[in-house]
Design a protein around this ligand. Structure first.
Ligand code: HEM
Length: 546
């Protein structure tokens, strides 16, 4: 302040000299101006003090300085979970930053995740809005993008009790066993000709068959690799969704620019994608309704989720948009996630041949070679289960989960999180935190043998399915489906790498899209371990094409 006054005095003297040389000095006006400046300075000083004490009260978590308008959007790279983990080593486990003009909070360790998903679970249980979310949720009528209201709870309950409870899973066990057989037959064909197998593709086709038959009684892929025209348009739709989910829409981050629609996102999403989704799902609903009218399939004889959803009556009945939103959610949330997890697991197994041999020995001793491994065998395969847990720790399919959102200001770990913040849980960083995991980047399933660490519940240092009221709805299916796929791959085939490649050449580079994919798809060569195994001779007629 003194420095400023001295400067002001000097400036005043110079100015006075100047002015007096030009015009007669108006001493009264000069004095008045000085008094006004002093009052302004006093008020400014008072305001600053009040503002900084307000900031003390509403302390924000630390984080990098945002650029005007774009925030940190120019700094974040293709693997945001890695970038956030890096920032956390400078700023600490809870970060606050802006993406565009929107506030983001990212939690990067188990303790902070527990605060958010347990202590403040309810406050952070909403979802932020986005143009893509609005379109694929049929206007927030679904489960994934819907805010946590009573209807969201009811929809979760309906799906969980139909598909994911032990009895729900039991009714679809046979169907999944057929899809395992389908997968094994596809690989067997490649093994006979020693061709290279695109592992993700075969797993994904089997998973899609499983999911679509659980949801609406249709398998699109046939073991002979053929697809009918409906199957083709379904695949095109999925490709479109994957492509759109990889695009960043500026209008979502800088709402002031939304009206300009600089990337033409509004047209692409609200018109083209919306139309494609409505065409596919609404015609599925109409087809199924027609089938019920002609075959009288209902009256307690529902055979898949769509049957059940359309059978709900009166107060419980659901609109077409809600049913379509749920089906779309489950196809999107439930296929790529499971397929990439199985692909990551096989990649790590091939990069570590001693793990391959140990797992194959375990499966051979429990299942033998006469029949294909079944879901009921999994409980007797602890090493295989450990491989799956280690994969979910090191390669969570959704490394930043699905964004949460608080609609009221929330106090968290001594900070105030402003209302309207998007919250990300860095599941990937938590699974690799050296504070909780020794040699965290090493793939070592043995760390889970004899351990009581659960995948959901109290252990916040391993949360691949997140936790709290929003935790993954499909978790009970994943923990049977992924080990089952893996067991079938290891029981039936020996795996080697294409000519000239060594285990240490397998890249573990990631690529983000709808899930966290391998940057380079895994290619391997399969050879049949027991060519005379009875289950390899005939493929059930059901899966030749349904
Ligand atoms: C390896 C496979 C999977 C992983 C790692 C995974 C992980 C997750 C994660 C991290 C979330 C976000 C939870 C949150 O918001 O805090 C989530 C949500 C969800 N998952 Fe999964 N998931 C997998 C497979 C599945 C499957 C197979 C289905 C269903 C068929 C499914 C259905 C859902 C649904 C519906 C939600 C949204 C829940 C809600 O908003 O209330 N997921 N999943």
């Amino acid at each position: 302040m003194m420095k400023f006054l001295r400067l002001l005095g000097e400036w005043g003297a110079v100015a006075t000299d100047l002015v007096s040389s030009i015009a007669p000095v108006d001493w009264v006006s000069l004095l008045a101006a000085i008094i006004v400046i002093l009052i302004f300075l006093k008020l400014h000083q008072h305001g600053t003090r009040r503002r900084s004490s307000k900031l003390q009260q509403h302390k924000l978590p630390p984080g990098p300085r945002p650029w005007p308008l774009v925030g940190c959007m120019l700094q974040v790279n293709d693997l945001p979970h890695k970038w956030f983990a890096n920032l956390a080593s400078t700023y600490g486990p809870i970060l606050y930053l802006h993406m565009g003009s929107l506030p983001y909070v990212i939690v990067n360790n188990a303790q902070m995740a527990k605060e958010v998903l347990k202590t403040h679970d309810m406050e952070f249980a909403s979802r932020p809005r986005s143009m893509l979310g609005e379109v694929i949720s049929f206007g927030y009528e679904d489960i994934v993008f819907r805010s946590s209201d009573a209807k969201w709870r009811a929809l979760r309950k309906i799906c969980a009790s139909n598909l994911f409870t032990p009895s729900g899973l039991k009714t679809t066990t046979a169907l999944r066993q057929e899809d395992m057989l389908f997968m094994v037959h596809c690989i067997h064909a490649a093994a006979k000709s020693r061709s290279i197998v695109n592992v993700k593709r075969v797993i994904h086709e089997a998973n899609l068959n499983t999911m679509c038959s659980m949801l609406f009684g249709k398998r699109y892929f046939r073991a002979d690799g053929k697809l009918d025209s409906k199957g083709k348009s379904f695949l095109d739709l999925l490709d479109l969704l994957v492509a759109e989910s990889g695009q960043l829409n500026l209008g979502d981050f800088i709402p002031a620019l939304k009206w300009l629609d600089l990337q033409r996102a509004e047209k692409r999403l609200r018109k083209d994608l919306k139309q494609a989704l409505e065409k596919f799902f609404f015609s599925k609903l109409a087809e199924n309704r027609k089938l019920h009218c002609t075959n009288k399939l209902l009256d307690g004889k529902e055979s898949h989720l769509l049957d059940f959803l359309q059978s709900l009556k009166g107060k419980e009945s659901l609109s077409d948009k809600t049913i379509a939103g749920i089906l779309c959610d489950l196809v999107l949330a439930g296929t790529d996630t499971t397929s990439v997890t199985a692909e990551w697991a096989l990649s790590e197994i091939l990069a570590n041949p001693h793990i391959l041999h140990k797992a194959q020995e375990e499966i051979a001793s429990v299942v033998g070679q006469e029949r294909l491994v079944q879901e009921s065998d999994l409980v007797n395969l602890p090493y295989l289960q450990a491989i799956v847990r280690e994969t979910l720790r090191l390669h969570p399919a959704l490394p930043l989960g699905i964004p949460h959102y608080n609609s009221v200001a929330t106090h968290l770990a001594g900070y105030t999180i402003p209302a309207g913040s998007t919250l990300l849980i860095n599941i990937s960083a938590i699974g690799r935190d050296p504070a909780n995991w020794s040699h965290p980047t090493q793939f070592n399933p043995d760390r889970f043998l004899g351990s009581d660490i659960q995948l959901v519940g109290e252990h916040f240092h391993l949360i691949p399915f997140s936790a709290g009221r929003r935790f993954c709805l499909g978790y009970p299916l994943v923990i049977v489906q992924v080990p089952h796929v893996l067991a079938a791959l290891l029981q039936t085939f020996d795996w080697s790498l294409p000519a000239g490649k060594r285990p240490e050449d397998i890249s573990m580079q990631e690529k983000i899209g709808l899930a966290c994919y391998r940057a380079v798809p895994l290619e391997a060569v399969a050879s049949c371990r027991f060519p005379a195994a009875p289950y390899l001779s005939k493929l059930s007629e059901n899966i030749q094409g349904s």
